[in-house]
Design a protein around this ligand. Structure first.
Ligand code: G1P
Length: 196
């Protein structure tokens, strides 16, 4: 295990850059801790399987309602290369809803080649005055192919209060240690709330 600290919240790109010496010259995976993913094959394995075929950086996207696109990095998908795999034309960090090039939002898993670090080293602040990973990926896409893998599983976002509470309930109901007691509690609570 290796830990690094970001002393100031200077953006996702700045945070990832701090892993440069640990990663070295190898492709690597970024997993944002506030995005939890569920699928039969883990999403990380899905990304590694794509990489084995393409040897290219691949980011994960998911369709979101159009009005929510401005909360995410969004792609202009370009051609579909394979089932659930696009050769991306453009990456835009949190565009205005009317400027969003598609409804494909970037979610918190990325497989990146180490050339991203040379770009992040020189990356100027973007949206919100922060160093944006999305901007660096857009630059990488001009010299190497960058693909988007469409995720079809379930995503839980614990980066907001409501999502955090819902995810805790969902995971508590799935876990054998907590399932029975939590289920009972929820049913009792629902009855109580109905009476009110
Ligand atoms: C970050 C990325 C954004 C991505 C999102 C996924 O934004 O900058 O491109 O769509 O994670 O959760 P944040 O949620 O940190 O604002």
């Amino acid at each position: 295990m290796y830990y690094t600290r970001q002393p100031h919240p200077a953006g996702l790109g700045d945070a990832i850059y701090r892993a440069r010496s640990f990663v070295g010259e190898e492709p690597f995976i970024v997993m944002l801790g506030d995005d939890l993913m569920n699928d039969k094959v883990t999403l990380t394995k899905q990304l590694i399987d794509e990489y084995d075929k393409t040897h290219a950086s691949t980011i994960v996207v998911m369709k979101v309602p159009h009005k929510e696109a401005s909360k995410y990095g969004v792609i202009d998908p370009g051609d579909m290369l394979d089932k659930d795999l696009y050769n991306v034309k453009k990456f835009v960090e949190k565009p205005a809803v009317d400027k969003a090039p598609s409804d494909f939002a970037i979610i918190g898993r990325y497989l990146l080649t180490p050339e991203i670090f040379d770009i992040l080293e020189k990356q100027k602040p973007g949206r919100g005055g922060e160093i944006q990973l999305t901007d660096a990926i857009d630059t990488l896409n001009q010299t190497q192919r960058v693909f988007a893998h469409v995720f079809k599983g379930q995503r839980f976002d614990v980066g907001n209060k409501e999502g955090y509470l819902e995810t805790s309930i969902q995971y508590g109901l799935r876990h054998p240690e907590t399932h029975d007691a939590l289920r009972k509690y929820i049913i009792e609570l629902a009855h109580e709330l109905e009476k009110k």
